[in-house]
Design a protein around this ligand. Sequence first.
Ligand SMILES: *[C@@H]1O[C@H](CO)[C@@H](O)[C@H](O)[C@H]1NC(C)=O
Ligand SMILES: *[C@@H]1O[C@H](CO)[C@@H](O)[C@H](O)[C@H]1NC(C)=O
Ligand SMILES: *[C@@H]1O[C@H](CO)[C@@H](O)[C@H](O)[C@H]1NC(C)=O
Ligand SMILES: *[C@@H]1O[C@H](CO)[C@@H](O)[C@H](O)[C@H]1NC(C)=O
Ligand SMILES: *[C@@H]1O[C@H](CO)[C@@H](O)[C@H](O)[C@H]1NC(C)=O
Ligand SMILES: *[C@@H]1O[C@H](CO)[C@@H](O)[C@H](O)[C@H]1NC(C)=O
Ligand SMILES: *[C@@H]1O[C@H](CO)[C@@H](O)[C@H](O)[C@H]1NC(C)=O
Length: 794
Amino acid sequence: MAALLFLSLLSSLFFQFCSCESPWQIMTTGSYMTPEDHDRIFLLSPDSTFSCGFHRVGTNAFNFAIWYTTVKTVVWTANPYSTVNGYSSPVNLYGSRISLNKDGNLVLTDTNGSTVWESKTSSGKHTIVSLLDTGNLVINDSGNKIVWQSFDSPTDTLLPWQNLKKDTRLVSGYHYLYFDNDNVLRLLYDGPEITSIYWPSPDYDALANGRNRYNSTRVAFLDDMGNFVSSDGLNIVASDSGPGIKRRITIDKDGNFRMYSFDASTGSWVVTGQAVIQMCYVHGLCGKNGLCDYSGGLKCRCPPEHVMVDPTDWNKGCKPTFTISSKQPHEDFTFVKQPHADFYGFDLGSNKSISFEACWNICLSSSSCISFTYKGGDGWCYTKNILYNGQVYPYFPGDNYMKVPKSFNSSASSISKQENLTCRPNGSEIMLGSANMYGIKKDNIKWIYFYVFAAILGALELLVIVTGWCLFFGKSNMPKSMEDGYKMITNQFRRFTYRELREATGKFKEEIGRGGAGIVYRGVLEDKRIVAVKKLTNVSQGEEEFWAEVTLIGRINHINLVRMMGFCSEGKNRLLVYEYVENESLDKYLFGDRTTESLLGWSQRYKIALGTARGLAYLHHECLEWIVHCDVKPENILLTRDFDAKIADFGLAKLAKRDSASFNFTHMRGTMGYMAPEWALNLPINAKVDVYSYGVVLLEIVTGTRVSSGVIVDETQVDFPDFIQEAKQILASESIADLVDAKLKGHFDPEQAIAMVRIALSCLGDRSKRPTMDKILQALMSFDDEDDHPAYSY
Ligand SMILES: *[C@@H]1O[C@H](CO)[C@@H](O)[C@H](O)[C@H]1NC(C)=O
Ligand SMILES: *[C@@H]1O[C@H](CO)[C@@H](O)[C@H](O)[C@H]1NC(C)=O
Ligand SMILES: *[C@@H]1O[C@H](CO)[C@@H](O)[C@H](O)[C@H]1NC(C)=O
Ligand SMILES: *[C@@H]1O[C@H](CO)[C@@H](O)[C@H](O)[C@H]1NC(C)=O
Ligand SMILES: *[C@@H]1O[C@H](CO)[C@@H](O)[C@H](O)[C@H]1NC(C)=O
Ligand SMILES: *[C@@H]1O[C@H](CO)[C@@H](O)[C@H](O)[C@H]1NC(C)=O
Ligand SMILES: *[C@@H]1O[C@H](CO)[C@@H](O)[C@H](O)[C@H]1NC(C)=O
């Protein structure tokens, strides 16, 4: 101890030593700090939000780090992979220390004097280190110019206004958040053996995932309102969106990245947004050969005849208890079925439309094949020799088979290959691409609504989040804040009591809208958020079904769709709680008695057409062909303050009464004038009905008149079919101005107008010839001035 003191004294002859009781505001050249001062803060930001100093991570192991002063949440670490020792022994001349040397280099040294980390700056002896209120540690040169900042080398956390750029990434273990070469922000698993992207969904291209590959700015940041925006078009909005809340984005140990907000009342962090919704989609989660199992709670497990490599660490996965040698005759092997399991990607090969037996034999006769996944229905056979990203979903329409020695006995799991394979009815397969999506089909439904299964997954997922999480990682190695976050996320989209909503709406006082599905009231929640509360009429579903359905709708999050925040289901009461959208619906602007100042300009109209198409394309294509809106009309297109379109009421068709009799004309969904002819013809209803309605809306946006209920042309009433004929002629004669809303006084883009009318007319045609929403979106985007997408040809 005496020696230590002596050394300290000795060093303080040369260095200013932080033994001060109060932390520093700045660090000047020649000063240093050691972990002995670990209980003292070294640098404090002016408003005291952030602290910087040595953070203890083991009995005698320290990181040089920045943390939130009150909660001690670490947001940046200089040396995440190589901690420094705490106490120097008398034989060592120096203890571990962080020092700003005379050249202006900030250096972290271990007890033996080796450099563990350095800022590599050389800005001279007038260099100053300070911690800003943003949590950014900066090194300023003598001209007070920043020469280095911690914001440029993030570890696992991004603070508000900290840019994630093309040369920076967030890291947690083998998981990375980074900008790929195609300008898209992605999550990557980069393990010792395999590398694979798992977010956004690798089964779709960037566009289908709502990302734009053509903005090479490559920057993502979290703003003050809780929007995490990226130059590729990603926008994750915090569920507690609004100013004045401390937030952060962190890539957690489980490979998902989440947005956290600080709840001052409980003094903890809560999850208010996240990237991957289904945790088993995170690659590498259960390691090699491991299976992430969703049935009965989220957990990792090993396949039959496999054991964990390291019983404390699922990342290391499982290993077989037998060996497969190429010399062994393949008759020695058989397969063990793992129901509803699959290992995503890394197939040796795949074959479609082959029998189960053929698939079995392909794998059996190949010494490199150690497992196969077979999906009935289409007869897909995937053979594998490396097993990663294992997932089990109760509704995955296939099974995995593991090759094991015949001597292996397990009456429970071993199967004979003559097992009866029950094939699904034709056309019931929902599988698109490879094994990422899982589905079942409800037998009796004509609708091409594939979302029943997703509802089940949605409900299941909530269950999993609540019950499974602790089992999965164990309480010990999970930060407290994360557990709380998981509870919180279930509260984000939540069930309200009737009393709560009655209070929020002042006993349903302020009616703001009325439609087929019910009446909408304005309400203010306890946390002061303004919401729209919809009281549903005509709901026939039982409690559980309703619950499952709205839970699914509540998971849908897209900028052009009105966000559902919760629901209430008590007795006969069924209510839905939505985000409140600032402006009125599109019809008020198009057909209302508006003064010229609130007239929608051309570019606003185009933006609304584009936004609506985006929203519908998302519903139809993004997540599976799973939701048909059934009631697209200007009344259901709400406008934000910036005139961005937000589609309301999607998913509600599913909640309404829909027994077989209700398919007839009198009971059907939708609104006269916007309904596709097939409604009347009692044909199966699919996404093309929305395309039709969208066509009508598009014409109305261009003409500014309610074409669906007839138009006045040259002072005579023209009905809709005649109007369409007329529009076709006008289009052919290239006098588009005759169609465009006269209120615009000629201020419009003729190219865009022609494109819109042309698209509209194609939407109104025979249903087999109608384009899909994503084709429409592409076409519209190609005429959008603000986008530089490749031109689309008809
Ligand atoms: C200091 O110790 C670390 C490990 O504790 C070692 O890797 C490094 O080589 C040592 N450096 C010197 C200069 O001895
Ligand atoms: C360092 O520079 C930044 C940016 O110019 C400034 O905000 C900060 O206050 C400076 N630090 C000190 C200690 O002056
Ligand atoms: C690209 O992204 C940046 C940042 O989000 C944005 O400011 C810019 O307008 C975008 N450019 C294009 C062409 O969309
Ligand atoms: C299955 O596909 C592989 C290539 O992936 C091919 O070599 C093999 O012949 C196919 N087998 C059958 C039965 O089609
Ligand atoms: C496997 O099962 C068979 C028949 O059920 C039995 O005769 C054999 O001894 C078992 N082998 C092992 C290794 O348990
Ligand atoms: C397969 O199903 C058929 C018809 O249900 C039945 O007769 C047959 O015994 C089943 N085979 C096996 C192996 O279970
Ligand atoms: C299934 O499809 C095949 C050929 O496409 C057809 O022959 C068969 O009748 C269909 N079965 C059912 C149950 O529709």
